[in-house]
Design a protein around this ligand. Structure first.
Ligand code: ARG
Length: 456
């Protein structure tokens, strides 16, 4: 028996039943479904569909179902095609006709849109909190590692010396933008569809503003067609999670490289690494590799749902049921990714000495060119001159800071005895006081700014 089978002359095929059934995954919405139904019962009571006693009966019935679900004592039937039908069926079995009036003026179309938005809002709030937690761990690292100088890379080639804290802060600020993207997705989700009915608006003039207030929605949908059809809030959520995943994968990649024996800049805590089943010496950065790898899943979930959504006419089509699995999957996995990354960073060991020994004097070549510029040489010319100096070093197997002033003067007479000041890592850092640069002053400004952002 199906709740909608009045016009049917035979039951669904077994395979069709299985094909149509979303309960195995949408039972994750049971909490939101029951919250939505309790609020809807209140709205119906407000227009006289339920007496006070009947309303109480419905609310109690729904609360009991939720409690029993949490306690694992609810049994679903193969006839329950989704969580909405399951809850309603159980309610009707328990309280009879009063329960059978709950769906008055409501459709599963506005119901499921409401439930999914409630779930998404809850998930986005939690994700904002987890991103913030990761930002806090990054800030802690930046303050802790404030004076450590590392080679900054372009093309995975040593480029210019930077403060490790400057690198960490880059991670902070991209996450700040991800957090505002999540907050925007939350705004998009924060519109209540309930009351839109199947698509034309409920036939019962319930007070939707009151309903939205009760459910904690910022506003009500302005248009019933938009209300039941739109899944832009999901596209935005999935896209933001994909973006977050992609950015986390880049930082994970750097740390994977830095943790290799060849680099040896960092060491992961044992608790966040794994061993090899065959090679006893191995300690692998699996935590970071999984973080990097899961970015594919997030992008896939976005693509999967966007592809489904594209071309679905207005208003509701069953295709839309395919929105849930990618959503649940992305939310579950990005939550883990964020928590793991936070722990990996918090427990990371920085191998300062190893880093110091690895700094290549060529990292100062730009500073050497800037030295000539300060002496009056146009930059393009200075670039050429230092290029020749570097070429000379490479040919003769010399390090840049071992050249005497006299030797340097053979390349340009602008070199003076003060050139030796250039050959200092700290000097290269200190010269970059420009706002947003790697200079200590700038990095401290970044940290202060970040602290302010986390307070908000
Ligand atoms: N399980 C459905 C979904 O997730 C609920 C809405 C069903 N509506 C309908 N008209 N068949 O989309």
């Amino acid at each position: 028996m199906k709740m909608w089978d009045g016009r049917f002359s035979k039951p669904s095929d077994r395979l069709m039943e299985q094909f149509n059934n979303s309960l195995p995954f949408d039972e994750a919405l049971i909490e939101e479904d029951i919250t939505g139904s309790i609020a809807w019962a209140g709205a119906l009571a407000g227009i006289g569909v339920f007496t006070r006693d009947e309303y109480d009966l419905v609310v109690r019935g729904l609360q009991e179902i939720l409690q029993e679900y949490r306690g694992g004592t609810i049994t679903f039937s193969s006839q329950d095609e989704d969580v909405h039908m399951a809850v309603e069926r159980i309610l009707i079995e328990r309280i009879g006709d009063t329960g059978a009036r709950l769906h008055t003026g409501r459709s599963r179309n506005d119901q499921v849109a409401t439930d999914t938005r409630l779930y998404t809002k809850k998930a986005l709030r939690a994700l904002c909190g987890l991103v913030k937690g990761l930002q806090e761990a990054i800030l802690f690292r930046a303050k802790n590692d404030l004076v450590i100088i590392i080679p900054g890379f372009t093309h995975l080639q040593q480029a210019q010396p930077i403060l490790l804290a400057h690198y960490w802060m880059s991670f902070f600020f991209i996450l700040e933008r991800e957090r505002s993207r999540l907050a925007h997705a939350l705004k998009t989700a924060d519109i209540m569809p309930l009351g839109a009915g199947a698509m034309a608006g409920s036939g019962f003039a319930v007070n939707r503003d009151k309903l939205a207030d009760e459910l904690g929605f910022a506003s009500v949908s302005e248009n019933s067609i938009d209300a039941v059809s739109s899944r832009d809030f999901l596209l935005e959520t999935l896209a933001t999670i994909a973006s977050l995943g992609i950015h986390l994968s880049r930082y994970a990649e750097d740390l994977i490289v830095w943790s290799s024996r060849e680099f040896g800049f960092v060491e992961l805590d044992d608790a966040w690494s794994t061993g090899s089943s065959m090679m006893p010496q191995k300690k692998n950065p699996d935590s970071l590799e999984l973080i990097r790898g899961k970015s594919g899943r997030f992008l896939g979930n976005y693509t999967r749902f966007a592809t489904t959504l594209k071309g679905i006419g207005l208003t509701y089509y069953k295709d839309l049921q395919e929105d849930k699995e990618p959503l649940f999957d992305s939310v579950t996995h990005i939550s883990m990714v964020l928590q793991v990354f936070t722990q990996v960073l918090a427990t990371l060991t920085i191998r300062e000495e190893r880093i110091r020994n690895d700094l290549d004097p060529f990292l100062l070549a730009t500073d050497l060119a800037d030295y000539l510029v300060r002496k009056g040489m146009p930059f393009r010319q200075a670039h050429k001159v230092i290029g020749r100096v570097v070429g000379f070093c490479v040919e003769n197997d010399l390090v840049l800071d071992s050249l005497s002033v006299e030797r340097l003067q053979t390349f340009s007479e602008l070199f003076g005895s003060d050139v030796t000041e250039i050959f200092s890592w700290q000097g290269a850092i200190d010269r970059r006081t420009v706002q947003g640069g790697t200079g200590m002053k700038s990095v401290k400004q970044q940290i202060a700014k970040a602290e302010g952002l986390l307070q908000q």
